[in-house]
Design a protein around this ligand. Structure first.
Ligand code: ADP
Length: 478
């Protein structure tokens, strides 16, 4: 049993560990995937600002070539400084410049401040991956073309200070600007493509790995649940086998005890008779009487055990017949009266016939009367009566004992149940009421108790009144 409980706990721990680890892996994976997606988004933001500024710079420079008005050159200058600052931040980081330097250049590149952390994290962890390497290579190419644009802008500005541009000159400059513009478009497109590819593949892997991990968790839970159920089943089977062995042992042991007890009882009866004859043996007479009582007790216990094992295995049979229950009640009361311990009174008896096993019903009456005597003071009253209730007869036995607390009443008819307050003062196995209830139930009857602490108890049972039934042996129990 200890082993079963131990391994059950071991499996619970393994189950919990596997689920915990898989869940942690799932959380970690999701966390990093989402962080990666957020960083790619930050990079796209940065690229958007970069491209927008660079396009505005080109527009400014192109207009400047045609009208040579300084405000357009200013537009060019202020816009071109954005991708240049961005490029400075990136190369600064690559060359190991301070965080402060990188941050300043990055903000000058008009990027969103809260994106900086994500972008740096991406650079730190993924810049060596082929995917990103190619991407950053394109960005570096863009930086190169931005540099070219800056130099071109400077040159155009320088020349504009000395003379007005001729139409041919304007065309040459415009061509040069368009060339840089095309180069930039090409590299930026490739960089964008890389970002889209990265987001797509991260999302795809996110989905695939999520499915795999969730399946793994389910699989583990299923597997270990299965194992757990098997363990439980084995444990139950083991318990059932142990219970069966116990019932069998009880059955065999009580059966084997019956013959020696009967022999002892007979011998004690003979001894008791002879002991009365001479003055010497009279002295030992009370001891022999006591031994007789103890043998009776032993006999009752063995009988109870035997009955329980029969009920449990469905081997208790009923030999039903038609008889007067009032006569049976009288007989049982008269027998108990011989003990002269209590005042046993029959209040009223309904004359009624039942179709039942008289020996078993007598056993119930005997048990309830014995209990009434066992659990109340001697010389108190025990009242017995019966009454017809519809198609049933109800038999009641009322004592003046200390009663049974309400919370204990529901379990009174369970096997081996004894009320705690009396179990140390009165001997018993807690089987009598269980056997009574099984016998009454097998007669389609009911059994119960009405009791209050310190006010005594009234045990009762109901049996159906006689019906035309054939005499058959009905197995009861289980
Ligand atoms: P046992 O008497 O051997 O303990 P029973 O099954 O006959 O077993 O009774 C179960 C318990 O019910 C007893 O231990 C006792 O506490 C309680 N009980 C039974 N009859 C009475 C009664 N008449 N008055 C008070 N308690 C009772």
């Amino acid at each position: 049993m200890k082993d079963i409980v131990g391994s059950r706990f071991r499996y619970r721990w393994i189950l919990a560990t596997v689920i915990l680890l898989s869940s942690m892996a799932l959380i970690a994976f999701n966390y990093y995937s989402i962080k990666l997606l957020a960083s790619v988004r930050a990079l796209r933001n940065a690229q958007f600002v970069y491209v927008k500024a660079q396009k505005s710079a080109i527009r400014g420079l192109s207009v400047f070539v045609y009208n040579q008005r300084s405000e357009y050159y200013e537009i060019f200058k202020s816009n071109i400084s954005i991708p240049i600052a961005d490029s400075l931040a990136r190369t600064g980081w690559e060359k190991g410049k301070s965080h402060d330097f990188v941050k300043k250049a990055y903000l000058k590149g008009q990027n969103y401040p809260h994106d900086l952390g994500d972008i740096l994290w991406l650079f730190q962890n993924f810049s060596q991956l082929n995917y990103f390497k190619t991407g950053f290579h394109y960005w570096r190419s863009s930086d190169y073309y931005v540099g070219q644009l800056w130099i071109l802008g400077e040159k155009i500005h320088r020349e504009s200070t000395t003379h007005q541009f001729s139409i041919q000159k304007k065309e040459i400059f415009t061509k040069a600007i368009n060339q840089v513009c095309r180069n930039l478009d090409g590299t930026e497109e490739k960089f964008s493509e890389m970002l889209v590819n990265i987001s797509n593949s991260v999302s795809r892997w996110l989905l695939i790995l999520n499915i795999i991990f969730i399946l793994l968790v389910f699989l583990n839970v299923g597997l270990f649940f299965n194992k757990l159920m098997k363990q439980l089943k084995d444990a139950l089977q083991q318990i059932e086998a142990q219970n069966k062995a116990k019932e069998e042992f009880l059955s065999v042991a009580s059966h084997e005890l019956k013959s020696p007890i009967t022999f002892m009882k007979a011998s004690i009866q003979i001894l008791e008779r002879f002991a009365k004859n001479t003055p010497e043996t009279k002295k030992i007479h009370p001891f022999i009487v006591n031994s007789g009582k103890q043998v009776d007790r032993l006999n009752n216990l063995v009988k109870e055990l035997l009955d329980v094992t029969k009920i449990q295995s469905g081997r208790l049979t009923l030999n039903k017949e038609e008889f007067d229950i009032d006569a049976l009640i009288q007989e049982a009361v008269e027998e108990k009266k011989q003990l002269h311990t209590h005042f046993l009174l029959i209040k009223s008896l309904a004359s009624a016939k039942v179709y039942a096993d008289p020996n078993r019903i007598y056993q119930v009456l005997e048990n309830l009367l014995s209990n009434a005597m066992k659990y109340s003071q001697s010389e108190t009253e025990i009242v017995v009566w019966s009454e017809i209730q519809g198609d049933k007869i109800k038999v009641c036995i009322k004592d003046e004992g200390k009663g049974i607390p309400e919370e204990n009443q529901a379990m009174l008819f369970d096997r081996y149940y004894r009320v705690e307050s009396t179990q140390h003062t009165v001997q018993g196995l807690g089987l009598g009421l269980y056997i009574c209830s099984e016998i009454i139930k097998s007669h389609d009857g009911k059994i119960g108790v009405e009791s209050k602490s310190a006010e005594g108890s009234t045990f009762w049972f109901c049996l159906p009144l006689l019906k035309a039934e054939s005499k058959i042996e009905i197995p009861i129990g289980k």
